[in-house]
Design a binder for this molecule. Structure first.
Ligand code: BES
Ligand code: MN
Ligand code: ZN
Length: 496
């Protein structure tokens, strides 16, 4: 993805005419204005503004202004570099409509080297939503060897280009998170993931510490899961962001600690996933960790005055002779013992170590975990909203709002104390899989388990099992990784 800026209205016609396509928007209000005179009026307005001639016979189309509706109108001048106009519906001009419109333009030129000049929105928040969705709609990942992968180039009309510099950083980071999720698990083992973190740390300027092998002695959950694939085995990756201006006075800054599930492939282990085809989506089971890595890379570029430590809990949940068994008892970081029931509930085991480590060693002001944790989250909320658990009502409210505005939507779910019983074990401090027949509510009981490891911190759990991956190629999302969480966490941290 490439984005450039046309700085003023005066230059914009010029810049527009250097592009193969010009995207302009049409909202429902404008529809009423034009309705009386018919689409001919609209066409002549475009022709006048850009000094172009459009193909006559196309004056018979009838745009409704519905968000994301897109008409392609050919330019008839043979000497013009601009070949077509994209007339895109902007609906009610709300942020959701803007996102639909922008992703429709992005999709239209996905895989093409087309230059598109976009003059669709004006306000800063609109430009932000527009630019990010434009790049998400045009996102493409594949390993096909038959033809070169091409990328479009976007020019965005804005009065002030500095407004959009930060936005482009976020858009690129979401695409990086998607790339990590799309990478297949034969390449993406925990060691590979830790190497990606190291190289991004070098590129963007944040600190990365990796623990492996014997260094993980205290991380009983991460080892129990990750030793199912002993070569290369699990990795604990700690990313630290401290603003450049505050290296000495770190203590005074708000400290956010993020913990991400980084299961590079989830077979279920000995409690093998069935039916087996539910397994093919499980290279996405590291989407939480990917979102953290991408978010920290954004923060290193935007330099907010907060301190952020992100823990990527990386392991493969394989089926092998070194897999853990249902009925094993493990000791987590900090000493809590857990009876393992279903080895497919591996996410909470690796997260528990991360949360306990954060609580005991990092003194966080906020502790947030993000994980593709339960199929039950998808059952409850579908694929548009992530399940958010926290006892802090104010924080929930603010994350809910930031989520809706950013496009990474979250819904506040209850931590139901009546279900605490489900974590009772006869032989360990906790049992790790609630009895499904007795309790249902698999996403809630998983959250209650995690809470035990968060101490008395201000804690939020985001279950992104539904939102991290799209099963359809539609709107902002390709089939596959969505990069969910990068916008939410970035905007929230920037607001602290
Ligand atoms: N990674 C899965 C959850 C998941 C399922 C994510 C579908 C995305 C799509 C997780 O490790 C898992 O297997 N959870 C089990 C827990 C159960 C065994 C208590 C589940 O949700 O079925
Ligand atoms: Mn699992
Ligand atoms: Zn999993």
């Amino acid at each position: 993805m490439k984005v450039a800026f046309a700085q003023s209205a005066a230059i914009s016609v010029d810049a527009a005419l250097r592009s193969q396509a010009i995207a302009i928007a049409f909202s429902k209000n404008e529809k009423e204005d034009f309705e009386l005179e018919g689409p001919a009026r609209l066409v002549s307005a475009i022709e006048e503004h850009f000094e172009l001639n459009l193909l006559d016979e196309l004056t018979f189309f009838s745009p409704t202004g519905k968000a994301g509706e897109l008409f392609e109108i050919p330019v008839s001048d043979t000497d013009s570099l601009t070949e077509r106009i994209f007339l895109v519906g902007l609906g009610d001009k709300g942020l959701n409509s803007i996102r639909l419109a922008a992703s429709a333009i992005g999709r239209k030129v996905r895989g093409k080297s087309t230059k598109v000049f976009c003059a669709c929105v004006n306000e800063v928040t609109e430009l932000k939503a527009f630019t990010i969705s434009l790049s998400l709609g045009s996102y493409l990942w594949n390993q096909k060897t038959d033809k070169e992968t091409l990328f479009p180039e976007f020019f965005i009309a804005t009065e002030d280009q500095s407004q959009l510099d930060d936005v482009v950083v976020i858009a690129k980071a979401i695409c990086t998170a998607r790339d990590l999720v799309h990478t297949p698990a034969n390449i993406k083992n925990p060691a590979w993931l830790s190497e990606q973190a190291l190289s991004m740390g070098k590129e963007f300027g944040f600190n990365v510490k990796v623990l492996a092998g014997k260094e993980l002695a205290l991380f009983g959950g991460l080892r129990a899961v990750g030793n199912s694939s002993p070569k290369p085995g699990p990795r604990f990756v700690e990313l630290s962001y401290v603003p450049r201006s505050a290296k000495k006075a770190v203590g005074a800054l708000t400290h956010v600690v993020l913990v991400g599930k980084g299961i590079t492939f989830d077979t279920g282990g000995v409690s093998l996933k069935r039916p087996y085809d539910t397994m093919t989506a499980m290279k996405s089971d590291m989407a939480g960790a990917a979102a953290l890595l991408a978010t920290v890379s954004v923060l290193a570029q935007l330099q907010p005055r907060v301190r952020v430590t992100a823990l990527m809990m990386c392991a493969e949940n394989a089926l092998s002779g070194t897999s853990q068994r249902p009925s094993d008892v493990i000791t987590h970081f900090g000493g809590t013992t857990v009876e393992v029931i279903n080895t497919d509930a591996e996410g909470r085991l690796v997260l528990a170590d991360g949360l306990a480590y954060a609580d005991k060693n990092l003194d966080p002001d906020y502790l947030v975990d993000i994980a593709t944790l339960t199929g039950a989250a998808t059952l409850g909320l579908g694929r548009q909203y992530a399940a958010m658990y926290t006892r802090d009502q104010l924080l929930a409210k603010s994350l809910g709002k930031i989520g809706a505005e950013s496009g990474d939507k979250v819904w506040h779910m209850p931590l139901i104390d009546e279900y605490q019983d489900s974590l009772r074990s006869d032989i360990a401090d906790y049992n790790h899989t609630a009895d499904k027949e007795k309790y249902s509510a698999g996403s809630v009981t998983a959250a209650l388990f995690l809470e035990k490891f968060a101490g008395s911190r201000r804690w939020v759990h985001l279950d992104i099992a539904g939102t991290a991956r799209s099963e359809v190629d539609a709107g902002e999302n390709p089939k596959g990784g969505t990069g969910f969480g990068v916008r939410l966490l970035t905007d929230w941290i920037m607001s602290l």
